[in-house]
Structure formats: C-alpha cells, structure tokens
Design a protein around this ligand. Structure first.
Ligand SMILES: [Zn+2]
Length: 183
C-alpha cells in the first residue's frame, strides 16, 4: 500500500515539524530541529530566491537569516512581507509597506484555507472531514476496492465514501462502519 499525502497535509506535517516538533514526536534534539529548519528555508530559497545565512535560537522559536541575492525578484519575492526592515535600501529598492505586507499575508492564509477546504472535500464526499473535531462523532470505516481488491480502514466524521488509495477508484462506499465514541 501507498499513503497518498495531499499538499495541505504535507503543509501540516512541515508546519508541525517547524513550529511544534514536540507535538510530532520527531526532531526533539535541538540540533536536528535546527538542521531541519535551515534545510526547509534552503529549499524555499532554491525555488524562490535568497541565501540562507544561518539560524539564531536566542529569540523565541528561532530565526532563519535570509540574505538578499540576485535570484530574487525586485520586491524580495516570497520573503518580502516578513521582517520589513531586514534588508537595506541598496538591496531591496522598494520594501513592502506594513499595510501591503499584512495584506499579502492575509491573502496567502485565505487562499491556503480555501484550497485546503476544497481538497479535503474532494477526498471525501464533501460532507465529511477527518474526524479531528472533538465534538463530532468518529466513524471507523472499512473499504474494499471493487477495481483492484485493495482493502483499507479510514476515520471520518460519517460513513462516507472514500477513494481507493492504490488505484484511485472513486466514491467507494464502506463495507462496514463503526462509530467510535472515545479515543
Ligand atoms: Zn483500487
């Protein structure tokens, strides 16, 4: 079997590892966490520009040092709406105003929420979620794929249809569904 991880789910994993590694049970050694943080920043810089100069952990959750380089767009690209005074004027000609930065960050959060919502809906019937809300019932559904014979179990907030994780066949109804009242 293969786990199919959606981009919002991958984002959740990466966010957890970056911000709250204790909750993930991984990267509990500070060195490992720092190395991960710097590596993620390096991946962002490889695709979007900038140079990662290092990591400082003397302030709260830790800070990644990002230096200007010529692969960045004029406005500073993906790094632009953060630490608005971090780059000098000879580096970024037109730093973002606080208002523009707040607007950009709000637009990103809104778009992320909207996309995550529609992806979660497309994974189920549109009425289900993954049963993470503590006030909702949780159903443990077992499925068998009529196309390839794969069997799997998934937890949803209802006895909803699921897609085959192996061959991708859509809208398979559970063979059995059991409501779980307590974790
Ligand atoms: Zn299948």
């Amino acid at each position: 079997m293969t786990k199919m991880i959606s981009t919002p789910e991958l984002a959740e994993i990466v966010t957890g590892l970056l911000v709250a590694p204790g909750a993930t049970g991984e990267l509990e050694e500070m060195d490992a966490h720092q190395a991960f943080v710097v590596e993620i920043a390096r991946v962002v810089s490889e695709f979007c520009g900038g140079d990662i100069a290092g990591f400082r952990n003397d302030e709260g959750p830790g800070l990644v040092a990002v230096q200007w380089n010529d692969s960045l767009p004029d406005n500073g690209g993906v790094w632009a709406p953060y630490d608005l005074t971090g780059w000098d004027e000879d580096e970024v000609a037109e730093p973002m105003t606080e208002e523009a930065a707040a607007g950009r960050r709000a637009d990103i959060s809104k778009a992320v929420e909207a996309t995550a919502g529609s992806i979660n809906a497309s994974l189920g019937t549109g009425l289900c979620d993954d049963g993470n809300d503590s006030d909702e019932p949780i159903f443990v559904n077992s499925y068998a794929c009529p196309e390839c014979g794969e069997t799997w179990i998934d937890r949803w907030s209802c006895a909803c249809d699921d897609d085959c994780p192996t061959c991708g066949a859509r809208d398979i109804s559970p063979q059995a569904s059991e409501e779980v009242t307590d974790e």
